[in-house]
Each structure stands twice: as structure tokens, then as C-alpha cells.
Design a protein. Sequence first.
Length: 401
Amino acid sequence: MDNESDGEAPLAGIRVVELSMYVQGPVAGLTLAALGADVVKIERVDHADQMRTFRSVFGVEFDDRGREWLFASLNRNKRAVSIDIASEAGRPVFHRMIERADAFVTNMRTDGLARLGADPDALFGVNPQLIYCRGAGFGLRGPLADDPCQDTVGMAFGGFMDTTSPDGTPNYPPGSMSDILTGTNMASAVMAGLLKRARTGRGCVVGTSQTQSLLWLQSQVVGLAASLGTRMERFRPESTTNPLFTTYPTADGWIAVAALRRNQWPDIARAVGLEHLLDDPRFEDLFTVIDHRDDFRPLFAAHLAGGTTAHWWERLRKADIWVAPVHAVDQLADDDHIRSNDYLVDFDDGFTGPPAPFEVDDWRGARGRAGDFGEHTDEVLGELGFDDDEILSLKASGAVW
């Protein structure tokens, strides 16, 4: 796939076969492809990936262009092939792909993988050096390992709906965040497996689940509750224990400020023109401000409401304070800082998104598009050694498309 990044792709030469669905598994392949791996995504001959045909997501109705965006957001930079891997003619094609692959990525359940002949034992029999990566929902082991799971119920079971709630009512942030986190962690597991193989010469099974990933994300919150029997307070801007560890409305938006050290409040006070409050014993340092937060909060809020977000951000930045505007998501693509770092880029299909989750040297992510259904089938089969007549025969049998 095309890219516009400077430098050599960190995973150049790594070959990945992906057999996945929905979001979690495709994000694992997406991450590896963004880092330069050759990811070949397998779709069924008689049924394209579900994300090519979704009609709506989180209240957004999709036309054809919207569906194209949804699939591309999860599958860009991959090569697309269509194979019936369970058929008599298709299975040898699949095995030849696995023979030459470094890694196999899937988020299918174990019974489905076994029916397809794509379980670990079967694929290690084809390629003992394979890194076999599986993403799961509730867990890779235990009584819930084979239960169906996706982002919604994963966030519920893993406590994330509770952690992100301001009032105890379950909160479900849109955007398949749990799936995206888990898929990214799957890609990290693949890279760890490749390093282990470099030492041992043997393949291995790697993976993670939504539960494992969400507990890692919430390690401080969950660790505090499990270890000390208490929990961090819920975030409500108007009632945080520390009134300088929250957000405030301004004349035209919101600004976030964070102070944790005693001497940070005096710096903030001078930066925003409230240095006279330092003469009040209730507000002489951060700890007294916290003690008298009910008196402090309305004074500080009224003051910030009199200026714009940009005004306060500039003054507080100059004072070296932890501060930032509260961006709306539709503002991010126009932010100069985000654009200058290539955190969001315009892809060659006209869509905009993040090209990679991190940088390696000068590599800032591949910039290609998603393949059309079966677009690269002939190309990949040719690389595997199938000649034109064999490819036509496979198509006639329905094994490939």
C-alpha cells in the first residue's frame, strides 16, 4: 500500500494473515499495516466483511460513501482477498498463505476457528514458526471464554461504563473504544511474539481480551478499589475535590486546568490576574484552596467566564501550567498542532484519520486506502505460486473470488 511517511517502515517484510470481523481483530491488522507489515485480509467468497455493509453506527446513518469510510477506518493499508478457506479447494490456498506468514490475527471464537481449520494446532502444523494472535471478549480462558462479546458488553463487564460515568448511571462512550484498545494491544502482542521467536526460533500463541485490556486501561482505578477498598471520585466538573483539577467554562468554550502541587496555585493566580486572592488565608496555596473549595470555585469560575479560552490558554501556558482547551471532536482535524505532528492526515481516498498509534524513528504511519472486495486475490495467489490456469480453476470452483 502507498505511504507518504519518511524513513523505513518498522515492520517492513513482516507478513500477516488476518481472519477477523467487526472492529477488534481488524484494528490489530490495521495497526500492523500502519507500521508497514504486509497484511492480507481474508473475506469469505459468499459474504463480504460486515463493516462494508453497515447502515448506521452510533446514530449516524451511512450512505455508500459513509460505508466506504467505515470499512476504510478499520482496514486501510491491507490487501483484500476472498477465499473459502473451509472448502476442499480453498484450504490449500489458505495453508500456503500460512506457510509464508509471520503472524495470523483473528478475533473469531474458538469453535468457529476449529470448524474452519484455523485453530492454533492446525496452523502450527502448517507453520511451527507462526505467531498466532487471538483477540477475545471476556477472556482467553475460563467459563466465559467462548461467550459472544463485543464493545458494548465488554465495556459493561470490564467496569469502563462505571469508571466513565459522572453519576453512577452506566456511560457508554461511542466509537468502539474497547475494541480499538484491544485490537491495538493485539498488535503489540504480535510484536512481542515476533521478538520471542527471534530468540527461540519457535512460534507461539499471543493475544488479549477486552476485559484484560480494559483492566489495564483502568489499572489505577481498579487497583485502588481492589487493593484498598475505595474508589476514585467520579468526574463532575462542578464538584471535584480539587477545584483546580477540572474544567471551567469560558466566554466561548471550556478550558481544562490541572494543579497537584502546593505552589502551582500561586502561579495560576498570577497568570489569570487573581493574585489578590493569595492574600486571603483561605486561598494562599493549593491545599488551602482545596480545603475551602466551595468558597473558591464560584470566584474562579466567574473570573474565567469573562475571557475566551484562547486568552486563558495563552496566559496559563506562559506560566508553565498544565492547561489545554477542551476540544470538541469536530475541531481536532483543523488543529495546527495535531496536523503538524501528523496525528491526523488526509489519506489518498479522501478520508481523514490517524495513520498510526505511535512513531518509530521517522515512520509516522502508512497512508494507503482499503482494498475493494477481492481486489488483491489474483495478486496474492500469484505471489503464492499459482499460475493463471490454476487461479481460473480456483475461481470456477468457488474457492476464491
